[in-house]
Design a protein around this ligand. Structure first.
Ligand code: NAP
Length: 245
């Protein structure tokens, strides 16, 4: 029998927080599906790092906003590795704009990837996850902070928090827990892109630990939520942000 007993599908595992989660869950003994949308080389690099360290991983390209592609991804994973045990809905994008300037294309893209993308994977997971499994969704601490310019992005993530609580109830009888992680500012391209250094420094100082989060900070939380030890936590949102809210 394979030493990799359980399978974890991590969306958006090519870069940032998702890449750290894939590497961390591989160290925890999961066989990893590293999903990505466009960054093929980066995803293959994550997979190579995992396999060189003695883990097991495969890359898989699928745009999570495409329901058919997500369905095909679950089919592929089941044929290649087996049924998924842990789904980490990490893939996401962020476009900052005041509501007065909310660009329709940006609004649609955030809803398509952050909200519909999450629904697409949750639909498959609710039908196909192994009993005893785990679902870990991604929100943001901005749902609590309610910062200007984050309106549309935060709204998509607030909806993900609602989906989390409702899916947890719908999984009754399957011993599947559904939770969300809500990071604060974390040093990845999504957060750093387009921000002047002075703003990054100011945002880093907002929490009492006076630093930005790292992808590894968030991967540790996901590792816990994916573990058997988190089994009594269900339908919750865990804010991982150094205490900013
Ligand atoms: P990131 O560095 O920009 O990485 C985003 C990842 O999502 C990439 O792997 C990207 O893959 C993937 N992705 C984007 N669109 C996709 C799609 N349509 N289908 C599949 N994958 C897609 O972002 P991050 O900071 O790691 O963010 C990860 C999650 O944490 C997001 O849900 C984000 O909202 C949340 N979050 C981040 C922060 C923060 O400060 N960084 C704070 C709170 C919450 P490709 O490169 O292949 O496109």
């Amino acid at each position: 029998m394979s030493k990799f007993k359980k399978i974890a599908l991590v969306t958006g595992a090519s870069r940032g927080i998702g890449a750290s989660i894939a590497e961390r869950l591989a160290k925890d003994g999961f066989s990893i599906v590293a999903n990505y949308a466009g960054s093929e080389n980066a995803a293959k690099k994550v997979v190579a790092q995992i396999t060189e360290a003695g883990g097991q991983a495969i890359p898989y390209q699928a745009d999570v906003s495409d329901a058919k592609a997500v369905h095909a991804m679950f089919n592929h994973v089941e044929a290649a590795l087996g049924k998924v045990d842990v789904l980490v809905n990490n893939a996401g994008i962020m476009e900052l704009q005041p509501l007065s300037k909310a660009d329709t294309q940006h609004v649609d893209k955030q809803i398509d990837i952050n909200l519909k993308g999450t629904i697409n994977t949750l639909r498959e997971a609710s039908l196909r996850l192994n009993n005893g499994g785990r679902v870990i969704n991604f929100s943001t601490s901005v749902v609590g902070l309610k910062l200007e310019n984050y309106g549309v992005y935060a709204a998509t993530k607030a909806a993900v928090e609602t989906l989390t609580a409702i899916m947890a109830k719908e999984m009754r009888g399957k011993d599947i827990t559904v939770n969300a992680v809500a990071p604060g500012p974390t040093a990845t391209e999504l957060f750093l892109k387009g921000k002047p250094n002075e703003l990054i420094e100011r945002m880093a100082q907002m929490n009492p630990l006076e630093r930005l989060g790292t992808p590894d900070d968030i991967a540790s939380v996901v590792s816990f939520l994916a573990s058997t030890g988190s089994g009594w936590i269900n339908g919750q949102v865990l804010r991982a942000n150094g205490g900013v809210v």
